[in-house]
Design a protein around this ligand. Structure first.
Ligand code: FAD
Length: 302
């Protein structure tokens, strides 16, 4: 068995792996994709010591650093469920089972979906989640952004520089984004905000050509012709594989103590899948390091 098995491939996992390997213990990372959300980030300007770096470049640096150590990197594998007997047993979607004395969950978060008709059908055919990744495909086209929080408003401002027009659709009567961002919206000519609407269906033939919504105060149904829809209604912790095994909070995040322990002995959690209040790269790196040190402490005591 491994001493520490880390599930996930983002900054939290990378940091946990390096901290664990430096203790000379048998360490592995198992991940669906190495890089996590950072791979979907165009530019990072708050990674201390690095004024500006592309997400993909930062991930290459993480990978290079990991490869300096004796860490098993098991990629393109998704964790399915976990059993705790004497050892922690991790079942993968492929059917394989990995055993370890301790486990660190670092499976991060994914874009939350609207779950309306057409969303799944037109994913990557007009329905997108990452403005930095997919924005350039909508050059001179008409797009909508759904969600008026910080990420939605930032996406709308960003896309307005590329697309012909951007319509921001918000469910509530008011936007929730910071006022400074809302003020920026007003300065942009090809950007329109429609509040208090409930999106009903994304329509299209081969690709998206319209979205329908209901005005919540009048009950009036409306349809907007467009080429793309960016869904920006937040992120959801990737913790389905731990359901009923490890205690989660109301948002589905893993409940952790000050050293990143969970309620299950020998199982730790770090990064965006855990219940930290702020979700950032440096914070994930910090909690990943804590989790690895806590796992090492656990190993020498058990
Ligand atoms: P993630 O980065 O989410 O990585 C999770 C990993 O787990 C992925 O590799 C995934 O493939 C894997 N995984 C998921 N489920 C499973 C499973 N069941 N089995 C196996 N593997 C699985 N933060 C900043 O500090 N600065 C920024 O400028 C910044 N910009 C951002 C821009 C965007 C568009 C987004 C989306 C986020 C941004 N963030 C930024 C936030 C930052 O990216 C996250 O806080 C950070 O990546 C979280 O790291 P993590 O390791 O916890 O998880």
């Amino acid at each position: 068995p491994y001493d520490v098995l880390i599930v996930g491939g983002g900054p939290a996992a990378a940091s946990a792996a390096i901290y664990a390997a430096r203790k000379g213990i048998k360490t592995a990372i198992v991940a669906e994709r190495f890089g996590g959300q950072v791979l979907d980030t165009a530019e990072i300007e708050n990674f201390i010591g690095q004024k500006n770096i592309e997400g993909s470049k930062l991930i290459s640096k993480f990978k290079e650093h990991i490869e300096d150590y004796d860490i098993d990197l098991i990629l393109s594998q998704k964790a399915k469920s976990l059993e705790k007997n004497e050892l922690v047993e991790l079942e993968l979607e492929s059917g394989a089972v990995l055993k370890s004395k301790t486990l660190i969950a670092a499976t991060g978060a994914s874009w939350r979906q609207l779950n309306i008709p057409g969303e799944a059908e037109f994913k990557n055919k007009g329905v997108a989640y990452c403005p930095h990744c997919d924005g350039p495909m909508f050059e001179d086209k008409d797009v909508a952004v759904i969600g008026g929080g910080n990420s939605g408003v930032e996406a709308a401002i960003d896309l307005a520089g590329i697309a012909k027009s951007v319509t921001l659709l918000e469910f509530l009567p008011e936007l929730k984004a910071d006022q400074v961002l809302q003020n920026r919206l007003e300065e942009i000519d090809n950007l329109k905000v429609i509040k208090n609407v409930d999106c009903q269906e994304i329509k299209g033939t081969d690709t998206v050509n319209a979205i329908s919504y209901v005005e919540r105060d009048s009950g009036q149904k409306q349809e907007l012709d467009l080429d793309g829809v960016f869904v920006q209604i937040g992120l959801k912790a990737n913790t389905d594989w731990l359901k009923d095994k490890v205690e989660l909070n109301q948002y589905g995040e893993i409940i952790t103590t000050a050293n990143q322990s969970t309620n299950l002995a020998g199982v730790f959690a770090a990064g965006d899948c855990a219940d930290s209040i702020y979700k950032q790269i440096v914070i994930s790196i910090g909690s990943g390091a804590s989790a690895a040190l806590a796992a090492f402490d656990y190993l020498i005591r058990n």
